[in-house]
Ligand binder design. Structure first.
Ligand SMILES: Cc1ncc(COP(=O)(O)O)c(C=O)c1O
Length: 420
């Protein structure tokens, strides 16, 4: 595709040349007034839909009152309110908070906290993970080589264990999870000793790496191994958080308590704010002044986050995510039956669903996935791909999505599959 915006850096790879001028609910509108069903939600950000009135009102009112109150200098009410809201939705042990601007900053902060609190240097990540694009977080990222190629050397002290991507291995889910846990134990015996390992950093549902849902036994196993060695368990909920998977956080599906949780994307419906939550006694081991940032916990963004959390609760959007997720999963399952030569697997939790394109001999069909996304776009449905091969079409509709909109999205996708 030719690049129509010559002064915007081409480092932003683009899937289309649309200029979005307005967003409302599940829809985006372009310059010509054409309406698109946005099932990308800006990569899992606008969970309450575009420009939810509650969020808009909170932003407008806070912008007129106080825009910036720097956290080292003053405290402001939206941050205090946000802490109260987060305490209600996270595990009760996670009662200490730090705020930053992006998902990568949240993950980097979590790793810095883990290193300082444990006095240990190394971190174990899991194959296929995506944690961000700063030097530290791209070093923790293994979903695609494009994120690291040309930027070496990376941050040392990162070790990679397998993630239970059962379909890729061609094994049964529980067997794959057990194999992964065994490999992790082996890694601790062979490459990074427990007394040198600060944390396991894991996405409870693999995002960018292909929308892979591990069995609950995997996270439970990680917790057990971590406890045995006093290693911290960090759950990166940047993409899977805030109702996306049909619970407030994806770690809840396995009943596991993380030591640190990273938050961003869906936290504030599009305002740039991120954060991490950890027990206060762990936070107390983080030397004051050794981490921070000018904008972290910005007042307007924090007000948007408060409005977002309240809206998710009041409008029962998590219940909706479960119901609409079941509808979408079933509909995509029918499309898999109709297009078995193209679709190898449909999987997901709540409204975080992946459609993996594989051909004969399980060959990844990246071009087909891309063609399907483009054909859907031409018909007014916005989707994204993910996965190491780029052969997984990911479905991340807003949590406000209606039954009719899911049905419309499925029908457009059926036509797009027929075309490609
Ligand atoms: C699981 C996860 N962690 C971290 C990040 C990085 O977030 P950001 O792009 O806001 O830095 C992402 C972004 O997609 C993500 O999906």
């Amino acid at each position: 595709m030719s690049y129509p915006f010559p002064h915007i850096s081409p480092v932003w790879s683009r899937s289309n040349d649309m200029v979005a001028v307005r967003g409302e609910g599940a829809y985006l509108y372009d310059q010509n007034g054409k309406r698109y069903l946005d099932f990308t939600t800006g990569i899992g950000v606008t969970n309450t839909g575009h420009c939810h009135p509650n969020v808009v009102r909170a932003i407008q009112e806070q912008a007129a009152r106080l825009i910036h109150g720097q956290a080292n200098i003053v405290m402001h009410q939206p941050m205090l309110d946000l802490v109260e809201e987060l305490k209600q939705v996270l595990h009760p042990s996670l009662d200490g908070f730090f705020f930053s601007n992006s998902g990568a900053e949240a993950v980097e902060g979590a790793v810095k906290l883990a290193r300082m609190a444990t006095g240990r240097p190394n971190v174990v990540v899991f194959q296929g993970s995506f944690h961000g694009r700063t030097v530290a977080t791209m070093s923790l990222t293994t979903s695609k080589t494009i994120y690291r190629g040309g930027y070496q050397p990376l941050m040392p002290g990162v070790f990679v264990a397998p993630y239970p991507y059962a379909y890729r291995y061609g094994w049964e889910a529980e067997q794959t999870a057990q194999w992964c846990l065994n490999e992790l134990e082996f890694l601790l015996m062979s490459q990074t000793a427990p007394h040198e390992t600060a944390a396991f950093l894991v996405e409870p549902v693999l995002g960018e790496g292909g929308y892979v849902v591990p069995p609950a036994s995997f996270l439970r196993g990680l917790r057990e191994i971590a406890d045995r060695h006093d290693i911290l368990l960090i759950c990166d909920e940047v993409q899977s958080g805030f109702g996306r998977t049909g619970k407030w956080f994806a770690y809840e599906h396995s009943g596991v308590r993380p030591d640190i949780v990273t938050l961003a994307k869906g936290l504030a419906s599009g305002m740039p704010i991120s954060g991490l939550a950890a027990p206060l006694d762990l936070m107390a081991r983080w030397t004051p002044g050794s981490h921070g940032g000018t904008y972290g916990g910005n007042a307007v963004a924090a007000a948007a986050a408060v409005a977002t959390i309240r809206t998710i609760r009041e409008e029962k959007l998590i219940e909706n995510a479960r119901a609409r997720g079941a509808q979408l999963l079933a509909g995509l399952g029918h499309l898999q039956e109709a297009f078995p030569h193209m679709i190898g697997e449909v999987r997901g939790l709540g409204l975080m669903i992946g459609v993996e394109f594989r051909g004969p001999g399980r060959a990844p069909l990246a071009e087909r996935a891309k063609a399907a996304v483009q054909a859907a776009f031409a018909r007014g449905l916005m989707l994204l791909t993910c996965g190491t091969y780029g052969n997984v079409v990911r479905w991340i509709p807003p949590l406000i999505v209606s039954e009719a909109q899911i049905a419309e999205g499925l029908e457009i996708f059926r036509q797009a599959l027929g075309e490609c």
